[in-house]
Design a protein around this ligand. Structure first.
Ligand code: WTA
Length: 666
């Protein structure tokens, strides 16, 4: 893959390959899973894979018929006529919220659906019957405000039950939700509202996080001032009690909108392909993409992976720590657990309040049985030592999971030993906003685990590692592009309003046949997949996905900045952090001028995009290292950011002396 621009983007990072190549520990399924889980052995897994190979459409059709409650059954499974615009189960009709709520009312209506704990310790429970009533009331309220099937609704909320209620209410009435992570700031929110052409924003006065109040409504007001003309109303949940201003012509309180609404709301029967949601995510350009998911295929994926990967049981208490602003919080908070009728735990705040034992306190208090989090959280907790988790009774845990970035084998071992007490399998799940649900992940009753590997593709998922010609790499441990060779039900359908970009981004190579994930991977001699990181300019900071170009656009929007380039630098806890190289208008700042500007630019980026995008370090140069054709040499910038000595010959650069200037110790 040497000559490929992907390699230039720094993908197949040699340090990743080397450390994981030495990993040879294996953990067979523990006795309580082997022979008991839904998929009980590797033979059974192979049989399922074989079934999918022999009769791909039949494999998915059988599962779609048994897992989903249809209003009108489908007759056509997969339509590839307009590939890569695929449709699944297209002549069927259903309602996703009916599949998550109504289907449980008769049998388990009094079971707790949402077990919520606020950062300040307030606890609230909603049974399936209560949740159904709340969703219906709010669905009716949205309709009363003029929201119709197909309208876009932006949800900008803290992690409280109302976030899930709002998502489910949209699904109930056929509206398309677009959740914007509460940690995003003014520009990010504004761009997302405008791109989706949303009619309504649902927000809260504020949310509690890290001992502070996040002023969601104030950010929203700023985003809506002088822009977003499609917004007709803002619905405001009273949560933190902070002072806000309400615009009487536009803003309404959540509690007032539902006050007179009926707890029954007839579901809108929609077709399988009706968009369920948009979720904006970062790519290689400055503008985030509205990933559009459909209804039935997505729902099917969430249910199957809850069963296969989490081996979910009727009495499980399931806690996925992700915020609803990310895809993990869609599939494994708002939809999958409810569709399976289990109790889901929602926690509003930061893992560090009042101390780093909070996750384990929540697990103990609510008897969490399945716990799913990000490697970055685990690494942060490792730093605070074993004594904290040891204070809590973690015996209710039976299964652990990770998502969002590669987990280094040592963090995996700690998680297994200290949190799982050697008893709980760890499912390391590889997937993306675009894939909707897990693609490559262990089956806890079947797959022997290797720390650091997401193991094997799920049944029916045609994942492969290929070279630049699209040829499958069979030689063990040789890196290549991670692709999915066949469409699958929960895949994205398009990029909102930009079918060309959808095709160009995900199907640009190999004759448009394979879905290109944007990740590099290798397979070991046992066929296990090892993810080697992104091949594009996407960063994973604390598991959050950020485009380097987005941060660059934010920087150059500052009046003092002429040019900027952003790269990632490995970070012990966060996985990666942001390093920016900046050329200012006028003379290069030094000393206190540089310090002041750095502070100003960091604040600026936080305000524009959100605190997660805040650069860790900013370096100033008279220029950026460029090839003679004017291309910025990001590979060199990455080396400088890591403090590596530049050994290669830079004399072919347009401006070789810049490398030395940028690398100057500070
Ligand atoms: C990375 C998150 C290694 C990967 C669900 C992917 C992972 C990107 C894993 C998608 C994993 C996710 N091991 N890397 N188990 N899971 N990734 O869209 O680079 O926020 O392309 O979806 O996260 O990030 P996204």
């Amino acid at each position: 893959m040497k000559a490929d621009p992907a390699t230039e983007a720094g993908l197949l990072k040699p340090e990743n390959i080397e450390s994981s190549l030495q990993e040879n520990r294996t953990f067979p399924p523990p006795a309580q899973f082997s022979g008991h889980a839904r998929i009980q052995s590797m033979e059974e897994y192979e049989t399922l894979c074989h079934e999918a190979e022999q009769d791909y459409e039949g494999f998915w059709a059988r599962r779609a018929r048994s897992e989903i409650e249809w209003r009108q059954p489908f007759s056509r499974t997969l339509n590839s006529e307009h590939a890569p615009q695929y449709s699944w189960f297209e002549d069927g009709t259903l309602n996703v919220s009916v599949n998550c709520l109504d289907r449980h009312l008769a049998t388990r209506g009094n079971r707790v659906a949402i077990l919520f704990e606020g950062e300040q310790g307030d606890v609230r429970q909603l049974t399936y019957c209560e949740l159904h009533a709340e969703v219906s009331r709010f669905g009716n309220a949205l309709k009363a405000l003029g929201v119709c099937s197909g309208d876009r609704v932006v949800i900008y909320m803290p992690m409280v039950p109302e976030a899930v209620i709002a998502m489910q209410a949209c699904a109930r009435i056929g509206a398309i939700h677009s959740v914007v992570f509460g940690g995003f700031s003014v520009e990010s929110l504004k761009d997302r509202i405008e791109d989706a052409g949303a009619k309504i924003v649902i927000t809260a006065d504020g949310g509690h996080r890290g001992g502070k109040i996040i002023p969601l409504k104030a950010t929203c007001d700023e985003a809506l001032a002088h822009s977003c003309p499609t917004i007709e109303h803002v619905i405001v949940l009273k949560r933190a009690g902070n002072k806000i201003t309400m615009a009487p012509w536009r803003d309404v309180w959540w509690h007032e909108t539902i006050a007179s609404q009926s707890p029954e709301c007839a579901p809108e029967w929609i077709s399988s392909e009706h968009p369920l949601f948009l979720l904006y995510t970062s790519g290689s350009t400055g503008k985030p993409k509205g990933i559009q998911h459909a209804s039935a295929g997505y729902l099917l994926g969430t249910i199957l992976t809850m069963k296969w990967v989490f081996d979910i049981r009727a009495d499980d208490v399931f806690w996925c720590t992700a915020d609803v602003g990310w895809v993990t919080g869609h599939s494994y908070v708002a939809y999958g657990p409810l569709a399976c009728g289990v109790t889901l735990v929602m926690y509003e705040g930061a893992p560090s309040v009042p101390d780093y034992g909070r996750f384990w306190a929540v697990c103990e208090r609510h008897k969490v049985s399945v716990f799913y989090t990000a490697p970055t959280a685990i690494r942060a907790l490792i730093k605070h030592g074993e004594a904290l988790p040891k204070r809590y009774d973690l015996s209710s845990l039976r299964l652990l999971g990770t998502v969002g970035e590669p987990i280094n084998p040592e963090a995996w071992m700690w998680y297994h030993r200290v949190i799982g007490q050697g008893r709980c399998p760890i499912v390391d799940t590889w997937w993306q906003t675009e894939t909707g649900v897990h693609m490559i992940a262990p089956l806890p009753g079947a797959t022997p685990l290797k720390p650091g590997s997401c193991t094997k593709p799920l049944p029916g998922i045609a994942a492969d590692v290929v070279d630049e010609h699209g040829v499958s790499i069979t030689q063990p441990d040789q890196g290549g592009y991670l692709v999915i060779k066949k469409p699958w039900p929960s895949m994205l359908r398009t990029i909102w309003g930009d079918a060309t970009r959808y095709r160009d981004t995900y199907f640009p190579k190999f004759g448009g046949r394979y879905y290109l994930s944007g990740d590099g991977a290798r397979r070991d001699a046992d066929g296990y997949f090892w993810i080697m990181g992104r091949v594009d300019d996407v960063l994973k900071v604390s598991g959050h996905r950020l485009g380097t170009m987005e941060i660059e656009s934010a920087l150059v929007a500052h009046q003092k900045v002429a040019e900027a380039a952003v790269v990632g630098r490995p970070d012990e806890v966060r996985g990666e952090c942001v390093v920016a190289f900046v050329v200012v208008r006028g003379a290069r700042p030094t000393g206190t001028d540089a310090q002041e500007l750095t502070h100003e630019l960091k604040e600026w980026v936080s305000h524009q995009i959100g605190p997660i995008a805040r650069p860790e370090e900013i370096r100033y140069g008279d220029n950026l290292p460029k090839t003679r054709s004017g291309k910025i040499m990001r590979r060199l910038l990455r080396a400088i950011a890591r403090g590596q000595t530049i050994e290669e010959d830079v004399s072919t650069l347009e401006n070789p002396e810049i490398v030395r200037q940028l690398a100057e110790p500070r």
